[in-house]
Design a protein around this ligand. Structure first.
Ligand code: 1PZ
Length: 218
């Protein structure tokens, strides 16, 4: 398992993101916020490398990452080590707006929920990419994944803007190249390894939020 030992610093690669998601789960299946956020940082870096059309998307993601980081680095940072401890701490101390926006617009719980929903999009999109053929269109895969997940939480104007951005995504081959993994077969293999991980992090968070009735936080 000492596969990455001794490796030199490389430019951005999807591998890096996946490694971060691997670190997300603790032994007893809690989600470390620090690594979750780092995973998103990598994804944003990737998104930015696709062009400025995606700026409005990465800007929102960056804002949310920053909110979580400021919780992590804040005076109650020790309560934010895992998503589980964050949920407990914020609920116990009434730090979450549960039904309408109010005094806690930047709770960790509502902020992470937005990224959590986007992680579902990522899972659906990468699965489509993994099983796609040479003539598949990234814009279609991306839009299908979006409509099945995140779109349900977005107002019309955001859905419209997202639709425009999808149209200028690079084609499948170029897209696989930007991932910096190697030839297409290698990307596909890596996606096969990565998806169960992303999916597990998603499922654990989903169950936690569902147990505490947090899936519709305003
Ligand atoms: C590879 C192509 C990338 C496509 C990304 C698909 C997601 C499109 C999402 C477009 C929404 C961006 C505008 C911001 C919307 C916000 O209103 C919402 C809700 O937050 P609130 O207003 O309640 O505070 N934000 C989100 O839903 C979070 C979106 C994060 C998207 C991150 C995508 C990262 C992609 C990684 C690419 C590999």
């Amino acid at each position: 398992m000492a596969d990455s030992e001794g490796s030199v610093e490389q430019k951005f690669s999807l591998q890096e993101v996946l490694d971060t998601f691997k670190l997300c789960l603790s032994e007893n299946k809690e989600v470390y916020l620090q690594h979750y956020v780092a995973g998103w940082r990598g994804l944003v870096k990737f998104l930015n490398s696709l062009g400025s059309v995606f700026g409005f998307i990465s800007k929102d993601a960056v804002n949310k990452i920053q909110v979580l980081v400021s919780h992590l680095n804040g005076e109650n940072g020790s309560q934010y080590v895992t998503v589980q401890s964050m949920v407990k701490y914020e609920l116990d101390n009434e730090l979450v707006d549960l039904t309408k926006r109010g005094g806690h617009p930047e709770s960790g719980c509502r902020t992470l929920l937005r990224l959590h929903r986007a992680l579902r999009w990522l899972e659906l999109f990468l699965e489509r990419l993994r099983t796609s053929t040479e003539d598949s269109k990234t814009s279609v895969m991306c839009a299908d994944a979006y409509n099945e997940s995140l779109a349900q939480h977005h107002p019309w104007v955001v859905r419209k803007a997202a639709g425009v951005a999808f149209c200028v995504l690079p084609g499948r081959q170029a897209f696989l190249e930007v991932m910096n993994v190697g030839p297409p077969e290698q990307v596909v293999a890596m996606l096969g390894e990565a998806l169960p991980l992303i999916s597990e992090v998603y499922q654990i968070t989903e169950e936690l939020y569902s147990q505490h009735n947090l899936l519709d936080l305003p």
